[in-house]
Design a protein around this ligand. Structure first.
Ligand SMILES: [Zn+2]
Ligand SMILES: [Zn+2]
Length: 381
């Protein structure tokens, strides 16, 4: 198996900057291209992807190595070599801008976290495109306040962030105990009242016969994705799927230049607990299918995981928040597909009006039916 964890180097983190060979200004990654571009003179540098297979790493071996590894040193002081200022990034960030001069800085992650990202998906959607997708999303929202719909985001700045993710592969075998329910019908005498008289009728009544069952189901899970960031709402992150993980490229700092990038905040084993929960909902359906019958009851199941492997990768999102009536609403745009997910305000006026309008239509319809004589027939006059 491949070793994924290295001992942290002792001194300051490695800082990567990408100066323009023509004018010395800074090159930043241009989404949707293979280039680093100079904002000042337009010079372009091709990013060469390393010819490297994106590997899976053994999960249990990694846990053993993590237990042995020295505790991380923490966030080190960074010296900006453009303006000379010393500063620290936020706890969860390893690439961003110098807070004093705005220079794009990418630092290595080995200093702070024992597992470093080995692959990433570069941004494909640029900020302008992301804004357009966001506007379209806002326009399509039902019952959103008009002010929000007209929200012009010219001053709102989207932040391009690489979010750390774990992906897990696992071979599962699950033993279960439960019961299969089969429906059958019995004739039953039922007492009813018709036209003022008590009568008896025979009716077919469904019953369920339960039979105890046990069995095994097996399934291989490939690339179950778990967000390892805690800075964005988890529900929103989860809804950004699917990601085109088949297009992961080997980790390369060049793609981070000009963007923020985060360290993982959810550990490898915590991430696997989340992945297991995702897998369990699929296994649950497998068991129900295996039991068959008309209804299923699952009393107990126990899943064995084997050949569990993981990858640590970075995925690109455009993130921002807008304020509406003193409340901040987050939204996130998938940096590959442009898919928007977010929190949203509702207009209670609009919802109230829609209900009111619906009631008027219904009442109108009833009056019309009454006049047309439809109601008389229904009531049996
Ligand atoms: Zn230049
Ligand atoms: Zn600086």
């Amino acid at each position: 198996m491949f070793k994924a964890i290295k001992q942290a180097p002792p001194d300051n983190p490695k800082i990567d900057r990408f100066p323009c060979s023509k004018c010395g200004a800074l090159l930043t990654f241009k989404p949707g291209t293979q280039h680093l571009v100079c904002d000042y003179c337009g010079e372009q540098n091709q990013i060469e992807d390393r010819l490297e297979v994106i590997q899976e790493y053994d999960f249990h071996q990694a846990l053993v190595e993590l237990a042995r590894a020295k505790p991380a040193v923490g966030i080190a002081q960074i010296q900006c070599d453009a303006c000379g200022a010393g500063f620290k990034f936020a706890n969860n960030v390893h690439a961003g801008e110098c807070p004093f001069c705005g220079t794009a800085i990418v630092t290595g992650t080995a200093q702070t976290k024992p597992i470093t990202p080995k692959s990433l998906l570069p941004f494909k959607i640029n900020e302008q495109q992301a804004k357009q997708e966001f506007k379209r999303w806002l326009k399509g929202l039902w019952f959103a306040p008009s002010k929000v719909k007209k929200y012009t985001d010219d001053d709102a700045k989207l932040k391009g962030v690489y979010i750390p993710y774990w992906t897990y592969d696992s071979d599962t075998e699950t033993r279960y105990f439960g019961a299969r329910g089969d429906v059958y019908y019995v004739n039953q005498e039922v007492q009813t009242v018709r036209e003022g008289r008590v009568i008896y009728e025979t009716r077919q009544v469904p019953q369920i016969q339960w039979t105890p069952v046990q069995g095994r189901v097996a399934r291989f899970f490939d690339d179950v994705l778990v967000g390892a960031s805690t800075s964005l709402p988890r529900q929103i992150l989860d809804q950004l799927e699917p990601w085109d993980l088949a297009n992961l490229v080997p980790y390369n700092e060049s793609y981070l230049s000009g963007f923020t990038s985060e360290y993982y905040q959810v550990n490898l084993d915590q991430g696997f607990d989340n992945a297991k929960r995702k897998m369990e909902s699929v296994i649950y359906q497998d068991i129900a299918f295996d039991i068959g019958g008309d209804q299923q009851r699952i009393d107990q199941f126990n899943t064995q995981h084997s050949n569990t492997t993981y990858k640590h990768c970075l995925l690109p999102v455009w993130s921002a928040a807008f304020r509406y009536q003193q409340k901040a609403y987050h939204f996130i745009i998938n940096g590959r597909t442009g898919q928007v997910q977010g929190e949203r305000p509702y207009s209670y006026w609009k919802i109230g009006f829609a209900i009111f309008f619906g009631v008027i239509v219904l009442v109108g319809l009833l009056i019309a039916m009454e006049r047309a004589g439809v109601m008389q027939d229904v009531r049996g006059y």
